[in-house]
Design a protein around this ligand. Structure first.
Ligand SMILES: [Zn+2]
Length: 204
């Protein structure tokens, strides 16, 4: 007896990931990365803010910094970061565009000296997301949408148990993303429990 084809249920969304690369991100593969330690438990998302020069949006300088091709002489501010070798897994522009620079299965260089949830060296076992912005200032609705979608997708691939700012994993040394970032808004978009977010993330 022939098996009738059942009508298709709603198709599941296409897999968001190709290995550690997000399928919907525009990719620029940074040379600034290395292997994660064996058996790293990637359970932390670290949120940052960055713009180069600070407060100037829409340019290529952040991309160039992560790609190790920033012209240090192109702006006086760049002198203060000359030679800096950093990266993040993701960068979200003011318009909500998603860029990926490092495979999430690899270790990006965004956290520096850091500790959180009882573990140090957060680069080892976190995913770093940079929001185009200025520390302390607000972020755009498009950025929250892209960020929430990305965090949800990360939660499908990794056992994400914590979301924190750079300011929370390197207190006193780093202050980004700062008071303009609305943790409750991100939590609401994700529908994740409050315990995954920084304890003092309050109202804004
Ligand atoms: Zn940062």
């Amino acid at each position: 007896m022939a098996t009738a084809k059942a009508p298709r249920e709603a198709r599941p969304a296409p897999a968001a990931w190709d290995g550690g690369w997000h399928r919907r991100a525009r990719v620029q593969a940074s040379p600034h990365f290395g292997p994660r330690p064996d058996h790293a438990q990637i359970d932390l998302i670290v949120i940052h803010s960055i713009s180069l020069p600070p407060g100037v949006y829409g340019g290529q300088a952040v991309h160039d910094l992560f790609m190790n091709r920033l012209d240090w002489d192109a702006h006086p501010y760049f002198q203060s970061i000359r030679g800096l070798q950093v990266s993040a897994h993701f960068f979200i522009t003011r318009r909500g565009a998603l860029w990926q620079f490092v495979d999430c299965d690899q270790r990006a260089w965004h956290a520096g000296r850091s500790a959180y949830r009882g573990r140090s060296e957060c680069n080892d076992d976190s995913v770093g997301i940079e929001l185009e912005g200025l520390e302390g200032q607000r972020f755009t609705a498009s950025q929250y949408r892209t960020l929430a979608r990305l965090c949800a997708d990360l939660g499908q691939r990794y056992p994400i148990a914590h979301v924190a700012g750079h300011e929370h994993i390197a207190p006193g040394r780093k202050g980004d993303p700062g008071a303009g970032f609305d943790w409750q808004r991100l939590q609401g978009l994700l529908g994740w429990p409050a315990k995954r977010f920084p304890q003092h993330a309050g109202s804004h």
